[in-house]
Design a protein around this ligand. Structure first.
Ligand code: ZN
Length: 436
């Protein structure tokens, strides 16, 4: 049982905050959530963690990242996407090993859970190594093969596609976990190759993740090559569905926004990465107005340069106020705090097709929970716990995190692995990469 001064129950956008609330956890699931007195009476025998001046929210969901890129953090600052890829891709090509991916992903998983994240999707190479790294920490990592011609392996495209199909056979969806297949983008994977990907995932329970319309240059390149913009190329290949997660979606037209919403695909909004690479500002308010699912992502640590989803939430809430314009003029009510929290939680679960299982504090869902301490000098006094969380708190205030009821962060520290070992290993990874 977790008892907190404030508990955000149900859809976070509805702003239902219980004062002195509690969540009863039985077999990893939420057995009850409500006023503490009622929950204690219904589940009298449960050991209780009591958290004064803390807000308990659903575990955060990161819907776009490349976790093992933490080994490249700091390697390619102050560059646009093309300049960034020109530095990063050769480094990856010569230095990736399964051992390094596992160590790097373990460190990234620690960074994520310390930031309140309980579920993350990933797009990277050496999938099994990444899964081992994440599972040692207790993070739920949805991942799978990344498909790109000329990636950091010597395998041919045909070999990569065949291996992806075999991997999907071995790793079917199960419970709160779904496999992911990640063709890199429509500018790095051809329409014929995308059609092959569609054939591989046909009939399977699987998420399709792809970078899409991250820059205007990408739109132009794809249009010139194929006579159609990235979203059209993706849809023509049969890959625009309810199971599609579009990373970035910065440069979508009004028609494309409508189409994304109609199909039920999700856009993983990555504001920090988009700003750092000067890619632009995604049309998030238009996507939301069209009824599209918009979740949040950090992107990789080499283009962000961290995995702080609380910071993305705050940035999203500020950015779309600051860029609001149009007939009604600037709008300080654009993307209010409860909507930002929803994007980081329930919308993330929707993007990954897991909304029946996680993303909100509701009876029957798994106990993915994050407790944030709101008692610091940079937060008090608390008048509106969700507003304090979004506009004042930082990840240093994340006090406790549970994944399916299992504590992975307690008293602000990751308890599943030795953080000092993880940081030592991450530091030496940076040295290995740049000396290899
Ligand atoms: Zn990315």
């Amino acid at each position: 049982m977790v008892r907190a001064e404030w508990v955000v129950v149900g859809d976070p956008a509805d702003s239902r905050v219980l004062d002195d609330g509690a969540v009863a956890i039985v077999d990893g699931r939420i057995a009850a959530a409500g006023p503490a007195g009622e929950v204690l009476e219904a589940h009298p025998g449960l050991p209780t963690t009591r958290l004064e001046r803390h807000v308990l929210v659903p575990g955060l969901v990161n819907t776009h990242t490349h976790l093992a890129m933490n080994m490249l953090r700091g390697s390619a600052g102050d560059r646009d996407l093309a300049g960034f890829l020109a530095v990063v891709m050769p480094l990856e090509a010569r230095s990736l090993t399964p051992d390094r991916v596992e160590r790097a992903t373990r460190a990234a998983a620690v960074e994520l859970v310390r930031s309140g994240v309980t579920t993350s999707i990933d797009m990277y190479f050496d999938v099994e190594s990444g899964l081992r790294g994440a599972s040692s920490v207790g993070l739920r990592l949805l991942t799978g093969p990344t498909l790109i011609e000329g990636g950091p392996t010597t395998a041919t495209w045909d070999e990569v596609v065949a291996a992806a199909g075999e991997w999907l056979d071995r790793r079917p969806a199960s419970g709160t976990w779904r496999p992911v297949i990640g063709p890199h983008g429509t500018y790095t994977v051809t329409p014929d190759q995308l059609a092959e990907v569609a054939a591989v995932i046909d009939g399977r329970d699987c998420i399709l993740q792809i970078h899409l319309s991250e820059t205007e240059a990408e739109n132009q390149t794809v249009l010139e090559r194929y006579g159609s913009r990235p979203l059209g190329v993706l849809e023509a290949a049969g890959l625009l569905t309810r199971d599609t997660v579009l990373a970035h979606g910065v440069h979508l037209s009004a028609d494309e926004i409508r189409r994304v919403a109609e199909v039920g695909a999700a856009v993983a909004h990555c504001p920090a990465s988009n700003l750092k690479l000067a890619s632009g500002v995604a049309p998030v308010r238009d996507l939301l107005a069209a009824g599209a699912t918009v979740s949040l992502g950090t992107d990789g640590q080499a283009s962000n340069d961290d995995l702080d989803l609380l910071a993305e939430m705050r940035l999203a809430a500020l950015l779309h106020k600051g860029t609001s314009s149009g007939a009604a003029g600037p709008d300080a009510t654009a993307l209010p705090a409860p909507v930002a929290l929803r994007m980081a939680t329930l919308s993330g679960a929707e993007a990954l097709g897991l909304e029946a299982l996680t993303g909100s504090i509701e009876v029957g869902k798994v106990a993915d929970l994050t407790a944030v301490d709101l008692s610091s000098p940079w937060i008090e006094p608390v008048r509106d716990p969700i507003g304090s969380l979004v506009y004042s708190a930082s990840r240093a205030d994340v006090a406790a995190v549970w994944v399916e009821g299992r504590a992975v962060v307690s008293e602000g520290r990751c308890v599943s692995v030795d953080e000092r070992d993880v940081v030592r290993s991450l530091r030496s990874l940076g040295e290995e990469i740049h000396s290899s």
